[in-house]
Design a protein around this ligand. Structure first.
Ligand SMILES: C[S@@+](CC[C@H](N)C(=O)[O-])C[C@H]1O[C@@H](n2cnc3c(N)ncnc32)[C@H](O)[C@@H]1O
Length: 298
């Protein structure tokens, strides 16, 4: 069984999500516009939750009223664990950045809300996902969007250039979460908002689960404890931090995500029951202090 402490996690993540994006691309060629693509997306071998209606993590995240005008491929390759676009009101003219934008579902939803005077960046490190996202953008006919290649640990945008950072089930995949939070803080304008959906851990989980590569690339093993999440955000400078676990994974869910891990499902599922959850996490970069003279601004 692959061990995430000795193998190259970013390479494994890129390989996994590249394969998922390619499987959606091949399916599109095989049957343009047909349904059932979510299942195909995860036949490539596990993703955040594994996909499909029975997937405990990625299923039933968006109301149909929100997604019905999007290209089916953008909806099919939704691999998140929440709906970050529902976390706060986006305003016309704002600049939004989606960390780990995948097939682009949250970018396209945000683009509608910030309107033609706003801009939404999607950032992803996987070429195949970027190609799929750009194709989805083209199909959606959206022009106020740009997909950037890069990592969430070194965001290719200037300081103080973004109003809202969103992300959907990606930060758990990073091996350097401190860098991700520092970078999100850097690119946000003073007063800017951080509003993400992610898997978190409540309490301790067995070391075998933490080390398992399949579970890392499946958004489980790399998840931060709730207390670490908030303390790391605070260390990066964020304030007004809120963490709201909204979908807690119980025994059957634990069995589902442990199934392809190569671990002893019967032994481990009861030990992780209720420990993993999808959470909404919100925080703010403090507003700039008004300058009132040479002394207070020194
Ligand atoms: C679980 S999928 C989520 C995709 C999308 N947010 C969604 O909700 O459908 C993770 C995505 O994040 C990207 N990713 C993972 N780690 C990354 C990193 N360190 N930097 C940039 N992209 C990353 C992967 O390539 C993949 O497209």
């Amino acid at each position: 069984m692959a061990d995430s402490t000795t193998l190259d996690v970013p390479a494994a993540v890129r390989e996994k999500y590249g394969a998922i994006a390619k499987s959606i691309g091949s399916l599109r060629q095989a049957s343009r516009g047909s349904s059932g693509q979510a299942d195909a997306s995860c036949r490539a071998g596990g993703c955040c939750g594994g996909g499909g209606d029975a997937d405990p993590i990625s299923s039933h995240l968006y109301p149909e009223t929100q997604t019905r005008d999007l290209p089916p491929e953008a909806v099919a390759v939704s691999l998140g664990c929440g709906n970050p676009t529902a976390l706060l009101p986006l305003e016309a003219g704002q600049t939004v950045l989606d960390l780990g934008s995948g097939g682009g579902i949250d970018v396209l939803l945000s683009a509608r809300r910030v309107g033609p005077t706003g801009k939404v960046y999607g950032l992803d490190m996987t070429d195949e996902m970027l190609a799929l996202a750009r194709e989805n953008q083209r199909k959606a006919g959206v022009t106020n969007v740009e997909f950037l290649k890069g990592t969430i640990e070194a965001i290719p945008l200037p300081d103080n250039s973004v109003d809202v950072v969103i992300s959907n089930c990606v930060i758990n995949l990073s091996t350097d979460k401190d860098a991700v939070f520092r970078e999100a803080f850097r690119v946000l304008r003073p007063g800017g908002r951080f509003a993400v959906s992610d898997v978190i851990v409540r309490g301790e989980v067995p070391a075998d689960v933490r080390r398992n590569m399949e579970l890392w690339v499946g958004c489980i093993a790399g998840a931060l404890k709730d207390t670490e999440y908030t303390s790391k955000l605070a260390s990066a400078g964020f304030t007004d931090i809120e963490l709201d676990p909204w979908r807690v994974y119980h025994l059957d869910d634990a069995r589902a995500f442990l199934t392809d891990s190569g671990l002893d499902v019967d032994a481990l599922a009861p030990q992780v029951e209720g420990r993993f959850a999808s959470a909404f996490i919100r925080a703010r970069k403090p507003a700039a202090v008004a300058c009132c003279g040479p002394q207070c601004c020194a």
